[in-house]
Every structure is written in structure tokens, then in C-alpha cells.
Design a protein around this ligand. Structure first.
Ligand SMILES: [Fe+2]
Length: 532
């Protein structure tokens, strides 16, 4: 913990007014949590005299827009400061234009309390587009580490590149976050995390380090799980170094859940209470703009769209909250499974995204004027079934289990003649480069989009024998490797995209160094990928 010195906090009346207007437009903030711009430097030093560091979970920035970014922290109150647990605590967030913190830009005071696990979300507005900022939080005599954040470029700005680190699936027990260590050290514009940030369950076979507590079901248990993940120094460093854009998959709640149904066929009302607890804890630990719907805590909007100047539109989709239940389930255990001859797959009314999100995506895609259309979502869109003597197998939890919804998406791309659509995913614990056709694996069906799936940060991949059968049965898959852990570096330029799979052999050991597994190029105007 570092202790505060007096920091100059100049503010103008106009800036205060802008902040007040911004707050009025932020309905997700409870009245007690609304930010106020500070009026004097003395105020910043007011507050608790901490005995132990309240900033031990780090800091984060996320959901950049041209004039804003979300800044996050959560106060940890140990027994040494137990008297503070029941209090409303005031936290100051300071934003600077330089890494040395000599040029203050703005600062806000935010109230937080136990009702939001003492988390702090500041919608830092009134910033310049396409700019780098540095930020920290101050609470009484405690000062947080300094984070780096950036805003996205102006929507009509000519931008010559966007550098993304695509990541997913970071089971704490199954490896170390060496991928985050490398991501933290390299220059990036965005970390794009597409789900399985925490895991609710354990696999006793793979345990390099241990979860505390059992499988979370209640709010406090989900909070503890998130907090444990956030103690990791490499993960904290990656949050401090970069602004993140995020969506979730299933493990943020429970494996293979679909909408209001879990694998145990728990009563929907009971399961939705668990989902509400998981969503609340997710919000409390992430740099995201919106929390659970105040009128219905089991609903929380995570899907979003952002632009990177004229270069790219980036969608982050929600593949869990609104989807139809998996087709042809086992009556004894729900969730995904491998099926053959499942007629329900042909039902055109089934959706992966829910009709509203699907329509929103279609409208956005077909009206986008950006060079690249990057569609980030949780899982693999290209086919991964296996041809067997009895027919073709289908795994029902992934896009293969929602083939009509996938066809609608790719038909939209084909019929609107959209160019430069790239689907980005995770979930399957392997690096994948694939062509996307309206009719998967059919050479007579044109390739209309390209797909990059990143391997997991730590979570174990499937056996090579099974993966070999998947490769043999799916010519649309150009590359598939499940034996390494890491992330994918994606550099988007006007004339092309370059993707580099950075990984280390399974498992990710504490001192591992990543290497390049493979590289692929996507040329502007040509759907599909070529190895380089
Ligand atoms: Fe996963």
C-alpha cells in the first residue's frame, strides 16, 4: 500500500456540470454510488485510515468509447479494518494525461458500500477520443496502483491499426496466467476477453493451485471466487496495462447453462436466482458499464458494439443469457452432449443469441460502414462434428447445436454482400482458424467470412485423437491445436488482418514463455485465411 500525498485537483464549474449531466444519463448507478467531481484537493485526503491495503484486487479499465472509459476497483476490507464494512465509503478516482501523473485531467468521488461489495465503477466521461490516460483510486490514506487506459478513436477518424489480444478460459487451478504476463508487457489497444473468466467447478485431475471454497451458488460465494481470481499478479498486471472489452460464457455462472436452465434441470425460478447472484458478482468485479437490471437482477446486458474509427466495428455478443435450450438433451443430465439424428436441430425458430440480440446484430452489420466487422462471441462458429459410420455427430452446446441460427447469420453476410466479416471466439480450448460458409464444409457454398478462435489461458484442451477426427471431418478448419495454452494477437489494418497464436505447451507453468504456434493472414476483400 502507498499512502497519499496532497494531489492538486483543479476543476472547473463547466467540467462539474458535464459530469452531473453524465450521471443523470447513467441510470445503472444507484443514487449512493453516483460520482461527484471533487471541488477541492483537501477532500481527496479525507476518509478512512486503512490498516491494510484495500486495493489488493487491483484496478481495471474497460468498454472504451471515443470520449469515455469505465474505470474499476473493489475495496477489500480485512478484519484489521472491520469497522468499515458496514459503512458507506467514499473513493476518489483520478485521471491523468501522462504516466508520471503530472497532468491531472479529471477526478471523481464515488460512494460505495457492502451492497455492491464495495466495488467502484466510474464512467470516466469528457475525455478525448483516441487518447492514452493513466488513472488511480484514492481512499483516505490508501492509493491504488496506477492503470493505463485508452479511449477509442473518433468514429470518423482514419485509423491505421487496431491491436487486439483475444483471450478466454482461465481456469485458476489448471495453470498459471503467463499469457496475461506477456499481454501486459506488449503494446495493445484492447484486450478482448470472450468468456470463462472464472470457473465454478474443479477437476481434481488438474490442480496446479486450488480454488478456495466449493462450487459457488450464492452471491457471497461468487464474490469470493471472483476475488480469488483477481489476486493473481499477472491478471492484475494485464488489467492495469490495458483497456478490456468483455463478454461472458457459461462458467461465470455454471457449466453449459442455457438461458434459465442448468444441467440439473433445476427449477427455472431457483436457477434464475443463482444466475442473478453470478451476474451481480460479475458486474462487481469487471470494468463494465451496466450492472444487473434493477427491475430483474437475473438479467444483465453484456452485449455491446464499439467502433475503432473508420477501421473496424467490434461486436461483443452474449451467447448464454437468451439462447434456446440445447437440442435433444439427455433426460437425466441437461447441457451439451454429442448427438446423432437430432431432428430438433432443424427447427428454424431456435436461436443462440435470442431474437432481439440477433436482430440488433443484423441491423448493425448491414448498416456498418467500417472496413472490418469483427464479431466477438463466446465459442466456435465453424463446424466441429465427426463423420462416423452411423452418421455425423453434433455437439449441441456450440454453434453446431444451433445450425439454423448460424445459417441465418452467415446468410445475412452473404445476401448483404458484406465484406471483411471476422468471427472471433474462445471456449473450446484450442486455436482454430476456419472458413465460414452458409453450408458448412460444402465447397459449393461460398466462403463468406473468416474465423479465429483463441485457445484457453489455462483450461485443458481435448485429446489429440479426438481433435484429429474433427480435423478430418471438417475441411473448413484450416488449423486446430488443443495442446497449448495462450492467447491470440490480432493486428487489424485497412488492407488486412494478421493473427498470431501465442502459446505454451500444456499446462501453462509458472515460468513458461510463450512462442508463436502459427500465423494467419486475412486480406481485405477476400473471405478466408491463409497461413504465413
Ligand atoms: Fe472454458
Amino acid at each position: 500500500m502507498r499512502f497519499s500525498s496532497d494531489t492538486p485537483l483543479p476543476q472547473t464549474r463547466r467540467a462539474w456540470n458535464r459530469a452531473a449531466l453524465a450521471l443523470a444519463l447513467s441510470p445503472w448507478l444507484s443514487p449512493g454510488a453516483q460520482a461527484q467531481v471533487l471541488s477541492s484537493s483537501a477532500e481527496a485526503a479525507k476518509g478512512p485510515r486503512w490498516q491494510s491495503n484495500p486495493f489488493s484486487l487491483g484496478i481495471a479499465s474497460g468498454q472504451p468509447q471515443p470520449g469515455s472509459v469505465v474505470l474499476w476497483t473493489r475495496l477489500v476490507i480485512t478484519e484489521a479494518d472491520a469497522a468499515l464494512k458496514a459503512q458507506t465509503i467514499s473513493v476518489v478516482c483520478e485521471v491523468f494525461a501522462d504516466a508520471a501523473l503530472r497532468q491531472p485531467v479529471r477526478q471523481w468521488r464515488v460512494q460505495t458500500d457492502a451492497g455492491r461489495a464495495h466495488s467502484v465503477h466510474v464512467m470516466a466521461q469528457g475525455l478525448q477520443p483516441g487518447r492514452h490516460y493513466w488513472y488511480r483510486f484514492v481512499c483516505g490514506n490508501a492509493i491504488s496502483p496506477v492503470g493505463h487506459a485508452r479511449t477509442s478513436p473518433g468514429v470518423n477518424d482514419a485509423v491505421d491499426r487496431l491491436r487486439i489480444a483475444l483471450a478466454s478460459c482461465q481456469h485458476y487451478e489448471q495453470g498459471f496466467y503467463v499469457a496475461h504476463r506477456e499481454m501486459a508487457q506488449r503494446e495493445l489497444d484492447l484486450v478482448l476477453f470472450v468468456g470463462d473468466y472464472i470457473y465454478e467447478s474443479s477437476n481434481p485431475q488438474y490442480m496446479l493451485r486450488k480454488h478456495q471454497g466449493g462450487v459457488p451458488k450464492q452471491l457471497d460465494e461468487y464474490r469470493d471466487r471472483h476475488a480469488q481470481y483477481k489476486t493473481d499478479a499477472d491478471l492484475q498486471a494485464c488489467h492495469a496495462a490495458h483497456t478490456w472489452a468483455m463478454t461472458w460464457d457459461d462458467h461465470e455462472v455454471v457449466n453449459d447453462y442455457a438461458n434459465d436452465l442448468d444441467r440439473d434441470y433445476t427449477d427455472a425460478q431457483v436457477f434464475l436466482r443463482r444466475r442473478a447472484a453470478a451476474y451481480q458478482a460479475y458486474f462487481e468485479h469487471m470494468p463494465v458499464r451496466l450492472g444487473p437490471d434493477p427491475a430483474n437482477g437475473s438479467q444483465m446486458r453484456i452485449h455491446d458494439r464499439m467502433a475503432w474509427g473508420r477501421l473496424a466495428d467490434l461486436w461483443t455478443l452474449d451467447c448464454r443469457q437468451y439462447r434456446d435450450h440445447q437440442a435433444c438433451p439427455d433426460p437425466n443430465r441437461g447441457g451439451g452432449r454429442v448427438v446423432m439424428g437430432c431432428e430438433a436441430l432443424a427447427d428454424s425458430s431456435r436461436t443462440m443469441l435470442g431474437l432481439a440480440q440477433e436482430q440488433w446484430l443484423t441491423d448493425g452489420l448491414t448498416s456498418s460502414t467500417k472496413r472490418w466487422k469483427l464479431v466477438a462471441q463466446a465459442t466456435q462458429m465453424s463446424p466441429s462434428g465427426i463423420n462416423t459410420p452411423l452418421g455425423r455427430s453434433t455437439y449441441t452446446d456450440a454453434w453446431d447445436g444451433y445450425p439454423q441460427a448460424r445459417a441465418r447469420f452467415l446468410n445475412t453476410v452473404a445476401q448483404a454482400r458484406l465484406q471483411n466479416v471476422v468471427v472471433l471466439g474462445g471456449d473450446v480450448h484450442m486455436n482454430v482458424a476456419a472458413k465460414l460458409r452458409v453450408q458448412p464444409n460444402d465447397e459449393n457454398s461460398a466462403v463468406v467470412a473468416s474465423e479465429l478462435v483463441t485457445t484457453s489461458i489455462t483450461s485443458r484442451g481435448m485429446p489429440e485423437k479426438l481433435l484429429g477426427q474433427i480435423r478430418d471431418s471438417n475441411p473448413d478448419i484450416l488449423h486446430a491445436r488443443a495442446d497449448e495454452r495462450g492467447y491470440t494477437f490480432i493486428e487489424v489494418k485497412p488492407d488486412g488482418i494478421s493473427a498470431t497464436f501465442r502459446s505454451t505447451p500444456n499446462p501453462a507453468q509458472a515460468d513458461a514463455v510463450l512462442k508463436t504456434q502459427a500465423q494467419f493472414q486475412i486480406q481485405s476483400g477476400i473471405a478466408g485465411l491463409t497461413p504465413s
